[in-house]
Design a protein around this ligand. Structure first.
Ligand SMILES: *[C@@H]1O[C@H](CO)[C@@H](O)[C@H](O)[C@H]1NC(C)=O
Ligand SMILES: *[C@@H]1O[C@H](CO)[C@@H](O)[C@H](O)[C@H]1NC(C)=O
Ligand SMILES: *[C@@H]1O[C@H](CO)[C@@H](O)[C@H](O)[C@H]1NC(C)=O
Ligand SMILES: *[C@@H]1O[C@H](CO)[C@@H](O)[C@H](O)[C@H]1NC(C)=O
Ligand SMILES: *[C@@H]1O[C@H](CO)[C@@H](O)[C@H](O)[C@H]1NC(C)=O
Ligand SMILES: *[C@@H]1O[C@H](CO)[C@@H](O)[C@H](O)[C@H]1NC(C)=O
Ligand SMILES: *[C@@H]1O[C@H](CO)[C@@H](O)[C@H](O)[C@H]1NC(C)=O
Ligand SMILES: *[C@@H]1O[C@H](CO)[C@@H](O)[C@H](O)[C@H]1NC(C)=O
Ligand SMILES: *[C@@H]1O[C@H](CO)[C@@H](O)[C@H](O)[C@H]1NC(C)=O
Length: 890
């Protein structure tokens, strides 16, 4: 064959090969090409810099040109024979604009696959015309910033195998899931995460008999978890996380269950069936916030394919099962916020794939769990808030991939091994609130440390501050508070840490006066500085030209300051300023209100301020929310605080005159404490206007007279009322009955003339009633139920009550629901009840804070000074002179 002939032959073969190898070539239909180009022109294709999802986007349509074959364009697939466009995958392609009902998209009637995920459809609704693309098997509009209702026409797409509308602001009709289960029976994947469905999951969901993956997370679903869901034989992945109003129980699982992924977090389940150990294929199990009780079943140790297990925020007690050591594939184990006790089982040494272990807020005890030192892949270890004791192991650096090590709020002693700081991966160490008491050394930090946050505050470290800290050049947050140096400290070493943003050296024990200017000189990036409890000099501050201009938080409480620091004038980002417990005299300077526009929290408590210089509340200051001027020497009438104020605390001054009616215009007030002043007149009727937010009202120890007005009709948020030690008369206002959040009512030492307020006995939260020293009279006892479901302290002494108390008077009291308690519990009592009511003996550990409110676990009653009844569980204990209650009586 001649060369020419061979070449022709070769070209011919090549041509045939080409035709077969890429059959879509030259097949693009002109009308579809035009439709596609028109479709693109309906949108703005954004630059990557402007795209919302830019981190993984790229504009696929850049390759689209009128000159080339549309079947070869990026994101397009055409039918092999007909050349019709059947797949359009434009996910993450920087589209921005509205998908209109007249879009050229709807000319592509043969589309089977439409993926438009991660484009910005500009908060518009999804057009119902999508329902005309009858051939669709896959529709993906997740993360498109779409909003509004899901068009029911989508339920006409009966060929759909995969539907993803997740992560938008969509809502669905109540009947949507029911109708979907009827119509879209070919679905294998359904993701409606974050769609507001607000209905139950219908039992007929099991009609989706090919379903493999169901995600209905955060859909506002309620009602019972249908067991039919778990009977769909093909099911591999169920995500119902975040539907807080759902309840139910898991069904019994049989052995051929194919579930791989199960996330039911936030659904109240109560208990786990033992048969959960039949879910042999499970790799992810998430059951956080499921209201699970009792012990963790050791049968979970049979789920040997698990790589991620989350049982956090439940009520599990008892020990961590040692069978967890069988979960050899586990990479993440989260058991935080339970009541687990005992030690970490030795079998944990087997979990050599583990990268995350979180045991925060349990009651685990014993020494640092040595089995963990075998887990060399561990990158995140959190032991915060447990009862761990002893010293930290010197070879903790065996955890050579550790990035985050948190063990604050334990009882660790000794020091931390300097080798820890040579772990190259470490970025965060938190050991605050322990009993570490040795000398802190960082050793030779050779390789550049990645450490960014180091928190060692509130321990008992002693000796000089380790200068080598200055080699941790990547630190941005450092807490050395309460460090007991016992000597003079030169803070020059901080000058190397130029990136510090957050520095807490409060209450370090130095013998010298700390010159604030030396700290500011080098640390220009500071945004938060805590220096409370350290003797500070601001004398040289005038010389500092470059202040850290981003400083937003400055705590200089108890620093021996005698003059209002003028340099603050130049710190215009200041938002939290604490100058309490100093010796500052005179007026609060007027520039504070004008120069610090972002000031939100101002604490000047316990100084000797006498007034506010040229103050007027009509400046544009909208930020101030907390103003504490308590324990100063203010006199005269009360000023009008800025309208934005949420907490106004002016107790222990000598404010006089009436409580100004203007206070009733402070619509955001939550806390109003005017106690221990010399206010006269009556309680203003207009306080009624504050009802929307007011939670704490304290008018204790003034000279208020008249009766308590009916101001509580809408006071549903009021938690504590204290009007004790005034000259109030008349009856208790019956509108108190509306205070459904009320926990404390104190009217002690007035002239109130009334009978016992049995009518308050339905208030669900009422814990403390103090009626002492008034003119109450009549019986304390009635025959029908006493009520007061949460009452724990009642003081009725020095009144005119008469009659008898039957011996079973207290039997109705639900004073404690705690199961694990024995012996007497003691109560301390101060004027400001809410903050100070807590047990003070060893049992104090049990007085846990739940949702920010101390759970009071005991009850006491004072009938007359010197005769106190303290209640133990199940018994009444009469004690004549128990010192525990002395403060209660004082
Ligand atoms: C593409 O090219 C054809 C022929 O040159 C023209 O008729 C058509 O309008 C073009 N389409 C677009 C969207 O520019
Ligand atoms: C179910 O699909 C059929 C056929 O497309 C349609 O006629 C019907 O309206 C759909 N049902 C619902 C509830 O949308
Ligand atoms: C939808 O598309 C996005 C982006 O391509 C993808 O991450 C997601 O898994 C898709 N959804 C389904 C159900 O396949
Ligand atoms: C694990 O399963 C086996 C049988 O499959 C059973 O005998 C054993 O008790 C289970 N282990 C636990 C801890 O439940
Ligand atoms: C844990 O580490 C220790 C010391 O390196 C070793 O003796 C022990 O065999 C390891 N245990 C497991 C279960 O790997
Ligand atoms: C502070 O240091 C001094 C001198 O060493 C010591 O006497 C004092 O007890 C220390 N204070 C505290 C609170 O530890
Ligand atoms: C409070 O001020 C009034 C009026 O100025 C004065 O009579 C009274 O003595 C002051 N009380 C105290 C405790 O300073
Ligand atoms: C005490 O608690 C039980 C259970 O919560 C409740 O049924 C009962 O009504 C309560 N008693 C009173 C007096 O509220
Ligand atoms: C209690 O005192 C009232 C008068 O305040 C009187 O009428 C009543 O009989 C007294 N009851 C008893 C049981 O002493």
């Amino acid at each position: 064959m001649s060369f020419l002939l061979r070449s022709i032959c070769f070209l011919f073969v090549l041509n045939i090969l080409n035709t077969f190898a890429s059959p879509t070539r030259h097949l693009c239909r002109p009308e579809e090409k035009n439709a596609l180009l028109e479709f693109v022109s309906e949108f703005e294709i954004r630059n990557l810099d402007d795209d919302v999802f830019s981190s993984f986007s790229y504009p696929k349509t850049n390759s689209w040109s009128n000159k080339s074959d549309c079947c070869s364009w990026d994101g397009i697939m055409c039918h092999a024979k007909s050349g019709e466009v059947v797949e359009l995958d434009l996910s993450s392609s920087c589209f921005h604009g509205k998908l209109s009902s007249k879009s050229s998209l709807f000319k592509l009637q043969r589309l089977r696959v439409l993926n438009f995920a991660y484009n910005d459809l500009g908060s518009f609704e999804i057009p119902s015309q999508l329902g005309t693309l009858k051939e669709l098997t896959l529709l993906n509009l997740s993360n498109t910033l779409s909003s509004g209702p899901i068009p029911t026409e989508l339920l006409h797409l009966t060929k759909l195998v995969s539907l993803d509308l997740s992560s938008n602001s969509l809502s669905a009709q109540k009947s949507f899931l029911n109708n979907l289960s009827q119509n879209l029976t070919n679905l294998e994947e359904l993701n409606l995460g974050l769609v507001d469905i607000s209905s139950e999951i219908p039992p007929n969901i099991s009609k989706l008999s090919s379903l493999k993956s169901l995600s209905l997370d955060d859909c506002n679903l309620f009602g019972k978890l249908p067991s039919s869901l778990f009977r769909i034989p093909t099911m591999q992945s169920i995500n119902l996380q975040g539907n807080q109003d759902m309840v139910g129980s898991l069904p019994e699982f049989n052995r051929n269950n194919s579930l791989v992924f199960l996330d039911l977090s936030w659904i109240s389940l109560g208990n786990l069936p033992v048969s959960i150990n039949n879910l042999k294929h499970l790799t992810t199990l998430r059951l956080g916030f499921c209201n699970l009780h009792e012990q963790i079943s050791s049968s979970l140790g049979n789920l040997t394919n698990l790589s991620s297990l989350d049982l956090s925020s439940n009520f599990f007690n008892g020990h961590i099962p040692s069978s967890f050591g069988n979960l050899l594939h586990l990479t993440s184990l989260v058991l935080s916020y339970n009541r687990l006790s005992g030690q970490i089982p030795p079998s944990f040494a087997n979990l050599n794939q583990l990268t995350t272990l979180s045991l925060v807020s349990n009651k685990l005890s014993g020494n640092f769990p040595l089995p963990l030192l075998n887990l060399t892949k561990l990158s995140e270890l959190s032991l915060v808030n447990n009862h761990f004791t002893g010293t930290l192991p010197p070879n903790i650096s065996a955890l050579c991939n550790l990035e985050t090590f948190e063990a604050s709020e334990n009882i660790f002693t000794g020091t931390l091994s300097s080798t820890l700081f040579n772990t190259p991966s470490l970025t965060y160490i938190d050991l605050k609130d322990n009993q570490l008491n040795a000398i802190l050394e960082f050793g030779n930090i050779s390789s550049p440390s990645k450490l960014e946050r180091l928190s060692l505050g509130n321990n008992h470290f002693k000796g000089s501050l380790p200068i080598s800290i200055s080699s941790l050049v990547n630190l941005y947050s450092l807490d050395l508070s309460y460090y007991n140096t016992g000597m003079s400290v030169d803070f020059g070493f901080l000058s190397q840490l130029k990136g510090l943003i957050d520095l807490d050296i409060s209450y370090i024990n130095t013998t010298n006066i700390v010159d604030l200017s030396t700290i500011f000189l080098h640390l220009k990036s500071l945004s938060s500085l805590q220096l409370s409890g350290v003797h500070v000099s601001t004398a040289k501050m005038g010389l500092v030209s470059n202040l850290p201009t981003n400083l937003g938080t400055l705590h200089l409480s108890g620093c021996g300051i005698t003059e209002f620091p003028k340099f603050l004038k130049n710190l215009q980002k200041m938002s939290h300023l604490d100058l309490s417990d100093n010796k500052i005299k005179g007026d609060v300077p007027h520039w504070l209100w004008n120069h610090l526009p972002m000031l939100a929290v101002l604490n000047l408590r316990n100084n000797s301020f006498t007034g506010l210089e040229r103050y007027s509340n009509d400046s544009s200051r909208l930020e101030l929310s907390v103003l504490d001027l308590s324990s100063n020497a203010f006199q005269g009438p009360l000023f009008d605080p800025p309208v934005s104020t949420e907490a106004l605390l002016v107790s222990n001054n000598n404010f006089t005159g009436k409580i100004p009616e203007s206070i009733c215009e402070q619509r955001y007030l939550q806390t109003l404490d005017l106690s221990n002043n010399s206010f006269t007149g009556s309680i203003p009727q207009c306080l009624k206007n504050l009802n929307s937010y007011l939670s704490f009202l304290n008018l204790h120890h003034n000279q208020l007279n008249g009766s308590i007005p009916e101001i509580f009709t809408n006071a549903a948020d009021l938690v504590s009322i204290d009007v004790s030690q005034n000259r109030l008369v008349g009856k208790l206002p019956r509108s108190l009955k509306s205070c459904t959040s009320l926990e404390v009512l104190n009217v002690r030492s007035n002239g109130i003339d009334d009978t016992f307020p049995f009518w308050l006995n339905t208030l669900p939260e009422l814990k403390v009633i103090v009626l002492r020293n008034n003119n109450f009279k009549g019986p304390l006892h009635r025959h029908h139920p006493f009520g007061f479901p949460k009452l724990q302290i009642i003081d009725v002494s020095n009144n005119g009550f008469n009659g008898t108390l039957p011996s079973d008077y207290f039997s109705d009291w639900n004073m404690t629901r705690r199961e694990d308690r024995s012996g007497v519990i003691y109560i301390r009592y101060n004027d400001y009840y809410h903050d100070s009511m807590q047990s003070q003996e060893p049992e104090a550990e049990e007085a846990e804070e739940e949702e920010g409110v101390l759970s009071w676990t005991a009850a006491a009653i004072a009938l007359a000074p010197g005769v106190i009844l303290g209640l133990t569980i199940g018994h009444i204990l009469v004690t004549q002179k128990t010192h525990w209650f002395m403060r209660f009586l004082a």
